[in-house]
Design a protein around this ligand. Structure first.
Ligand code: SF4
Length: 248
């Protein structure tokens, strides 16, 4: 114990000596010593987790690191009216990522994507239609906070939030992206995107095949859209080599 204590003392003296030498060197050169960050004075174990996290979305190499980076985000005005930020959920190794436009009332309350009526329909499409479990895919939105009165997210809000979705896609590396509805389609494929014209066709986003289809909320209001959506889903299943049930 005494041995350890004297070792520490010796090490401390050596550190102080080094620091003094460095300061002398700066003085000799006639320049100011650079400011020291408080974190630099702490050991790695002592540093708060935030100091060890990604310092930009691009450096987050896991969904957990990205979620930690997003934190209690206030980067756009949508934070003002949200109850809970809805980051997204599902498997980090999902073969398919579903992307909606933004959280609605139920999602904002629960902090989870697609949990209302439209979400239940999406779950049925995934589980009964595609034969996958909801936990096997990944579900998220273009903006992570609920727009007031469920209005469409505005351009500046989409631009601010989009790096998070891009990083989610870069980390997961799905084989297919399924874009749900016009707003998400415009966000990823450009302002000229028309869901009625471009659904059912393969596109590409970040080098990943992308299939746009109608939003489940639209399907609830327009049951006749069920047939084209099923066709789009079959197209995705085909690409993913999933078996299509005859009674789909
Ligand atoms: S919508 Fe996105 S950018 Fe805006 S506050 Fe929420 S997480 Fe941040």
């Amino acid at each position: 114990m005494v041995e350890t204590g004297s070792n520490m003392k010796r090490e401390l003296k050596a550190v102080i000596k080094d620091a003094k030498g460095l300061l002398d060197a700066y003085r000799d050169l006639g320049v100011d010593a650079p400011p020291v960050s408080p974190n630099a004075l702490r050991t790695r174990e002592e540093q708060a987790p935030s100091a060890l996290q990604a310092d930009s979305p691009e450096t987050a190499d896991t969904l957990e690191a990205l979620r930690a980076f997003v934190g209690d985000c206030r980067r756009c005005k949508l934070h003002q009216g949200r109850n809970k930020l809805v980051f997204g959920e599902g498997s980090a190794r999902a073969r398919v990522v579903f992307v909606g436009e933004g959280p609605g009332r139920d999602e904002d309350r629960e902090g989870r994507p697609f949990v209302g009526e439209a979400g239940k329909l999406l779950t049925r499409i995934i589980e009964n239609g595609m034969g996958l479990r909801r936990e096997e895919v990944y579900i998220c939105n273009v903006v992570k906070c609920r727009p007031p009165r469920n209005r469409d997210p505005e351009r500046d809000e989409i631009e601010t939030c989009l790096p998070f979705l891009k990083r989610q896609l870069a980390v997961i590396k799905p084989e297919v992206i399924c874009v749900l509805g016009r707003v998400a389609g415009e966000a990823l494929l450009g302002p000229d995107f028309k869901i009625s014209q471009r659904r059912g066709q393969w596109h590409e986003y970040m080098g990943i095949p992308l299939m746009p289809t109608y939003h489940p909320a639209y399907l609830l209001r327009n049951p006749s859209a069920k047939r084209p959506v099923w066709k789009d889903v079959q197209g995705m299943m085909d690409r993913l080599d999933l078996e299509v049930k005859k009674n789909g």
